[in-house]
Every structure is written in structure tokens, then in C-alpha cells.
Design a protein around this ligand. Structure first.
Ligand SMILES: Nc1ncnc2c1ncn2[C@@H]1O[C@H](COP(=O)(O)OP(=O)(O)OP(=O)(O)O)[C@@H](O)[C@H]1O
Ligand SMILES: [Mg+2]
Length: 326
């Protein structure tokens, strides 16, 4: 067995706010295997972006990050100087954001941005331009050499996201963190980008952590799924475990509310009743208690611990230990 590429051990992130500390991520642990695609899912505000950004230390100033380790290729990222972390981001870990315009500089040509990003490589400028054009060709941009001279606004939204993917791949990273990479795109464009990501991932063998609201995309792209609720990972499993035999009531609610799973149109999109609890004053007991359709009395008092279901699949729910899983 090879070591996982990334091990996130007991990661917690708090944000200082006027009302007190907001506990955005609590005791999150999971591994990313070499070449695996992990989907990070959960409702808005569950801490997905915070968790993903904490790995690469891309945090707002009011954040406090604690962890027993964020170990990437045997190196604890928590121990790296800012300089070393920046080098790591240029070479081994890349990020793809939801809005390609935030990642691209509007006043520089694509060619300049794509050569600048290779500043660590010992190549001539011409060679860097060639590498950039080759990567643009790979992500499906026609006439890549000519288009290097163009600026971001001269490309469509889908094309811009392809350029961001090309930039993320240029350093041939071992890990890509993609936060809602297709949310800003229409459905057709989303399908194309998912297909492209999958193809490139297979070719290059990198691992991906993909944050998304869109379960259909997760099902198509990912090998494993990590489900977050109100800052905690409440279930994790291989794609089939989650989509065919989800154990946690929250995961099941999420799946039931996915438009793709709704057979007859109810006239409105179903949502999970209630809201995420206040992350500043956390309730006692199970974090999903208030909204859980299957709660037991015990759930109000005691936080459930992770219970293994099968290899690689676990959930934190009292129904499992009580043998009450339906
Ligand atoms: N800088 C900050 N200061 C205070 N609270 C923050 C800050 N950044 C995020 N939060 C809070 O942390 C919690 C988790 O936010 P996060 O953006 O990680 O959620 P998310 O799961 O990515 O949501 P979405 O699906 O909407 O992107 C939210 O309650 C959010 O309001
Ligand atoms: Mg987010």
C-alpha cells in the first residue's frame, strides 16, 4: 500500500467575528490517495471552501487553523514557511476557482500569464510559450498559439475556465483543489468541463479535491465523497457507498433533494427543512439533531462518533450503533 498523497488530520478552523468565534470546520480528517478524485459536498455554509482553502493556507486574516497535521507527500504543510508554501503551490498543488475571472488578470494576455506562471522552470520564454500553447490545445482551445496574444475578456466563460484548468495543469501538480469549478457555467459547458477534467486527470494521474453543490457532477467525476454538515465531516465513502447506500440521514436528505433524483415534478424544488445551526454557539449532541427525520432521544445529548460501515465507508450517526439504520 502506498502512502496517501494528502492526509488531513483533525483540522479545525475558527473565524473571529463580532459575535464570537465561528467554528467553521471542526476535527475534520480524511486522506486523498494518489490519483484519486475526492468530492466534498454539503449545503451552503457547511465549511467546504474553508476546509479546502485551509489545506493551502489561503485563509482570511480572521481565521485560526489548528490541525494534528496536513501531510502532503510526507511533509507537514503546517510547518512550511510562507515562501516554501508558495513554491509548493506553484509546483505540486494547484487550485481552480469557481469564477475564472478572479484567477485571471484582466490586463495581461493569456500568453503572458501562462508564461509568468512557469517562472520556476528553467526554460526559455519561447519554450514556455510553446508549453502554454500545448496545454491550451489539450484543454480544447483551438488555434492556441494565436490565442496566447488575447486577453481574458476575449474568451467565453467556458473557455476561460478551460484556460484556468490549463494553468492549473501546467506545473503537472500532484494535487488540484477545485472549488465549485463549474458552478458559474451553464449545464452543457459544465458537462464538457467535467469530461475534460476527468480525461486530463486520467492522463496525468493527479489527485483532485473537488468541492461542488452539484451531486450529478460529483457522481460522474469522483472516486470518493466526503460529506460535510455544519463544519463536520459526517460521512465518507466510495462513490457507490454514498450514492447507493448512504447511512447518515443528512446524506440521504441531500440526495433526496437533488433534482436528478426527483422523479415527479413537485412544482418546487424540495429542500431539507430547517437551517444549519449557529456555528458560534454550537448545540450539544448531534449537529444534525434539529433537522433529522430519524433522530433518537440520545442524539440530543451525545455527539455520535464515526462508525465504520465497510472498508472506506463510515458515518457519524447513533442509528448505526443502535442497529436502527433503515
Ligand atoms: N472570513 C470569515 N469570517 C467569518 N466567517 C466566515 C469567514 N469565511 C467563512 N465564514 C463562515 O464559515 C462558514 C463556512 O463557510 P464556507 O464558505 O467554508 O462554506 P461552503 O460550504 O463553502 O459554502 P458555499 O457552498 O456557499 O460555498 C460559514 O458560516 C461562513 O459564513
Ligand atoms: Mg464554498
Amino acid at each position: 500500500m502506498t502512502d496517501p498523497l494528502l492526509q488531513i488530520k483533525n483540522l479545525s478552523v475558527d473565524f473571529a467575528t463580532d459575535q464570537g468565534q465561528l467554528h467553521a470546520v471542526r476535527n475534520a480528517s480524511f486522506n486523498v490517495g494518489q490519483g484519486k478524485i475526492i468530492g466534498l459536498v454539503g449545503e451552503s455554509g457547511c465549511g467546504k471552501s474553508t476546509l479546502a482553502s485551509a489545506v493551502i493556507r489561503l485563509m482570511d486574516d480572521n481565521a485560526t487553523v489548528r490541525a494534528d497535521g496536513i501531510v502532503f507527500e510526507k511533509e507537514n504543510l503546517m510547518d512550511l514557511s510562507s515562501e516554501k508554501m508558495r513554491a509548493m503551490l506553484g509546483e505540486k498543488i494547484s487550485m481552480i476557482f469557481q469564477n475564472p475571472m478572479t484567477a485571471l488578470n484582466p490586463v495581461l494576455s493569456i500568453g503572458t500569464q501562462m508564461t509568468d506562471i512557469q517562472h520556476r522552470k528553467k526554460l526559455s520564454r519561447a519554450q514556455k510559450r510553446e508549453a502554454a500553447a500545448a496545454m491550451l490545445g489539450k484543454v480544447g482551445i483551438p488555434d492556441p498559439l494565436e490565442r496566447l496574444a488575447q486577453f481574458p475578456h476575449e474568451f467565453s466563460g467556458g473557455m476561460r475556465q478551460r484556460i484556468c484548468i490549463a494553468m492549473a495543469l501546467l506545473s503537472r501538480p500532484a494535487l488540484i483543489i477545485a472549488d465549485e469549478p463549474t458552478t458559474a457555467l451553464d449545464v452543457t459547458m459544465e458537462a464538457q468541463i467535467v469530461h475534460l477534467l476527468k480525461e486530463l486527470q486520467q492522463e496525468m494521474g493527479c489527485a483532485i479535491i473537488c468541492v461542488s453543490h452539484h451531486l450529478g457532477m460529483i457522481a460522474e467525476l469522483c472516486h470518493e465523497v466526503v460529506v460535510m454538515y455544519a463544519g463536520q465531516i459526517i460521512e465518507q465513502g466510495e462513490i457507490r457507498d454514498i450514492f447507493k447506500s448512504a447511512a447518515h440521514p443528512y446524506t440521504r436528505c441531500l440526495l433526496a433533494c437533488d433534482p436528478a433524483n426527483i422523479k415527479e415534478s413537485p412544482g418546487h424544488l424540495p429542500t431539507i427543512k430547517g437551517e444549519i445551526p449557529n456555528l458560534i454557539q454550537l448545540p450539544q449532541g448531534c449537529i444534525f439533531y434539529d433537522r433529522c427525520p430519524e433522530r433518537l432521544d440520545l442524539c440530543a445529548e451525545r455527539s455520535p462518533v464515526p462508525e465504520p460501515l465497510k472498508k472506506g465507508h463510515w458515518a457519524a450517526c447513533h442509528l448505526i450503533s443502535k442497529g436502527r439504520l433503515s
